[in-house]
Write a protein that binds this ligand. Structure first.
Ligand SMILES: Nc1ncnc2c1ncn2[C@@H]1O[C@H](COP(=O)(O)OP(=O)(O)OP(=O)(O)O)[C@@H](O)[C@H]1O
Ligand SMILES: [Mg+2]
Length: 231
């Protein structure tokens, strides 16, 4: 089975390298700050993706895109992709009542049938018990997905919406402008002071104008901070 960073597929967003079939990536920030936009760009650069899309905002990329309203069809799609060794597919789950049970089911199917696949979970904050459940299929993917070539890209309004077990092992965090400075302080409590001085400076300098993000890899090594003009 192919997996891991060395052999893995890699993409560049600006000059930030992401291994979509290996890394844990999160984008946090207030509504409209650009998290989903970035997640969509990431899916366009990644050949094999499963997207959990509660707001039905993902569009057909190409003929390989399948939209699922009925989550029980997921197994059929991911297992046939797996057995046919397809190089490209994009499965978008647009269930009307996405809840934890459904998310957990999706994670189980991915763990079972997928390899070299990026799981995108939009709005992680809507699944309350992800934070409190110590054992669940999502955590299982966070902990062991990389061994099967499965990476995760999650979006959430606030850093606290990313459960601690994911937050602590993130490879890259994209921090867009937050709803208030309390969130900057919260991020501050998790990460190194050098990053935060720069993030606070950017945030204060012009919170509306810039889409701020910083990224860190491997627990604060290779830190990069970019102010990017909204285009
Ligand atoms: N870099 C960008 N260039 C152009 N348009 C952008 C960019 N980032 C975001 N947008 C646009 O801004 C709008 C809001 O962005 P987006 O949907 O990504 O926000 P969000 O952070 O996911 O918000 P929410 O928390 O409400 O889901 C979208 O219409 C999107 O197309
Ligand atoms: Mg969004």
């Amino acid at each position: 089975m192919r997996s891991g960073k060395e052999k893995g597929y890699r993409i560049l967003i600006d000059d930030i390298e992401i291994h979509p079939y290996y890394d844990l990536v999160a984008a946090v920030g207030r509504k409209g700050s650009g998290k989903s936009f970035l997640a969509k760009v990431t899916t366009q650069l990644t050949p094999r993706v499963v997207v959990v899309d509660p707001n039905h905002e993902y569009k057909k990329l190409d003929d390989e895109t399948v939209f699922l309203k009925d989550v029980t069809q997921l197994r059929k799609h991911v297992s046939s992709n797996f057995f046919n060794n397809r190089k490209e597919y994009q499965v978008v789950v647009q269930h009307n009542e996405l809840n934890e049970t459904i998310l957990f089911y999706i994670c189980e199917q991915i763990k079972k049938y997928c390899t070299d696949t990026l799981l995108v979970v939009e709005e992680l904050g809507r699944y309350d018990s992800l934070r409190t459940h110590t054992e669940n299929p999502f955590k299982n993917l966070v902990d062991f997905g990389r061994h099967k070539g499965i990476g995760i890209f999650a979006t959430a309004r606030r850093i606290v919406d990313i459960p601690p077990y994911m937050r602590n092992s993130l490879d890259t965090l994209f921090a867009f402008p937050t709803a208030n400075e309390l969130d900057v302080k919260l991020i501050d409590s998790y990460f190194s002071s050098d990053v935060m001085i720069e993030l606070k400076r950017l945030y204060k300098s012009n919170p509306e104008k810039y889409m701020h993000y910083f990224a860190y890899n491997n627990m604060n090594e290779k830190i990069k901070i970019h102010p990017t003009l909204r285009f």
